[in-house]
Design a protein around this ligand. Sequence first.
Ligand SMILES: [Zn+2]
Length: 340
Amino acid sequence: MSTTTTGAAIATSCALVVCVTARVPHRILEGAGIEGWIVALVVVVAAVNGVRAVVRAPFTFSRSSSPGAWAANEIKVFVVSVTAGSALTIPLYALLRSTPNWWLLAWLLFSAVTLVGQFAMPMLLRAQAGPIEPADAALTARVVALGARAGVDIGAVQVAHGGRDKHCNAYVIGLGPTRRVVFGAAVAAWPADVADQVVAHEIGHWRLGHAARRLPLTVGAQLATFAFAAWMLAWTPLLHWAGVPSIGDPRSYPTLLLLTAAMALPARCLLAALDRGQERAADKFALSLLDEPHHFAAMLDRAADEGEAPRALPWFRRITASHPPIDERIRSCMRYVSTA
Ligand SMILES: [Zn+2]
């Protein structure tokens, strides 16, 4: 997150607090004489997005190429966020208004989306990867041999020429004979000794069953988050602050928006800590499989220089980062050298 993005995020949060304390939704709905909750919600969503566009304007304007392009983009962002915001919040408010057990239903829906996402992941990766072609014979032979060393059958080795390759990625997908390793074009062009380290790390994730281990924890963290949200959103002092009799009142929207990120933060931190633990385990797997710590450190350097992986992170970004910063991974790699 750049300084501009952080600045815009802080400005947005402040604007939301002002919306709540100045009772902006109340004033607009009273002024316009709007009664039905659905229309009221759409109006509040539009008003909040309008306020957000105004406070973000100094940040978005400084990044745009011309005033015309800026205005056109701002209008597009406004229309899309009001449409998408309404499409998401109308069912949510319908649920909030209909039962005190809304959080259980919301959790079921959320975990269903998580499960479908997990199984649809290969298709999503494929869609993002752009044109894919088989890797050359030399690369294929190296990867298959590496898989055999790690006890994993690899059916095919491919190179993707779009999307994720900018991030210097490689991944393992599929099962049994259809299992394949897909390289981003950037990694496929790296020296073989260095590219091997990426493959070994990815095979590590696969062999250690990381995706399957993460799933129950994700769903559990979601349940805890929704239960906490249900308690928080029924808390009288909060409703009093928001100026609403219950959270299902459309005028609560800016409060809900403010709290969503905060309520999801503990689960995000927990899952990110798990992810970082899995990254460290995959690094260790690669180091013990290949026992080439200097090539491994060279691979991490390239991930930082070419893939823009951060070398260091301030604590407030580290707590939600899925990967430990590169310098930290290089230090653990050097510790491996000294203890091996
Ligand atoms: Zn990894």
